[in-house]
Design a binder for this molecule. Structure first.
Ligand code: PGA
Length: 254
């Protein structure tokens, strides 16, 4: 059985006070209403990590994640945050290769490979994002592109290392647009990713790697998406900023 994961990606939103309020609301709702065993991850802005870590305390249900990291460990890289810094704060997850990082910050598959290495070396779980822009899907080249992304950023890893990675398939045309992939489109791509992993690492390893769907996941479409055989949860942007909505999405895991 693969771990089910619902991760919220807060992106560059909320003041610290608002972030604390949202966390309190979520802790209360999750405690009262969530009966499934899904891992819940809050990927919050860097400066809020220590405060929210303290707020979550020993809460076993919710873990923190960063939204990015440097590929370097230490040194003269002004403005960057390294994985050893995150691991010293006991942050267990880090998103790597979000399409907004690819699009606005020019991050490449090769750079993401280095970030994945850095995260694994420091004992963090990378949530590695892949997914195609609209024009690529319209040309029917989405499977080829996603294959390339996964191969170029992850396939240098040995089996015991890739087994510690979480993959998130996020079609760029569905991110923040309100246009969700249909359950069929999501399942088809997740199955492609799983087959690709199996071809390189064997079925056993492939079957153990959680593949999340991201892109306009909402309370009213989560159940259908999460019911797909190869969809192991979600990476949720906008809807993770509202406690009630995010809780309903977590509950949709079943
Ligand atoms: P969205 O974002 O849920 O707002 O579409 C998802 C993401 O960017 O991870």
């Amino acid at each position: 059985m693969r771990t089910k994961i619902v991760a919220g990606n807060w992106k560059m939103n909320k003041t610290l006070a608002e972030a604390q309020t949202l966390t309190t609301e979520l802790m209360t709702l999750v405690e009262a209403e969530v009966t499934n065993a899904a891992a819940i991850v809050l990927c919050v802005p860097f400066p809020y990590l220590p405060t929210l870590q303290q707020q979550l305390g020993t809460n076993a249900r919710m873990k923190l994640g960063a939204q990015n990291c440097s590929e370097h460990e230490w040194g003269a890289y002004t403005g960057e945050v390294s994985v050893p810094m995150l691991s010293a704060m006991h942050v267990p997850y880090v998103i790597i290769g979000h399409s907004e990082r690819r699009q606005y910050f020019g991050e490449t598959n090769a750079l993401m490979a280095k970030k994945v290495d850095a995260a694994l070396k420091a004992g963090l779980t990378p949530i590695f994002c892949c997914g195609e822009p609209l024009d690529v899907r319209e040309k029917g080249e989405h499977e080829t592109l996603v294959r390339e992304q996964v191969e170029q950023s992850l396939f240098h890893l040995p089996a015991d290392a890739i087994a510690k990675v979480v993959i998130a398939y996020e079609p760029v045309w569905a991110i923040g647009t309100g246009k969700t992939a249909t359950a069929r489109q999501a399942q088809d791509m997740h199955a492609v990713i799983r087959r690709l992993l199996a071809s390189r690492y064997g079925q056993n390893v492939a079957d153990g790697i959680p593949v999340l769907y991201g892109g306009s996941v909402k309370a009213d479409n989560a159940k259908e998406l999460f019911s797909c055989e190869d969809v192991d949860g979600g990476l949720v942007g906008g809807a993770s900023l509202k406690a009630r909505e995010f809780t309903e999405i977590i509950k949709a895991i079943g």
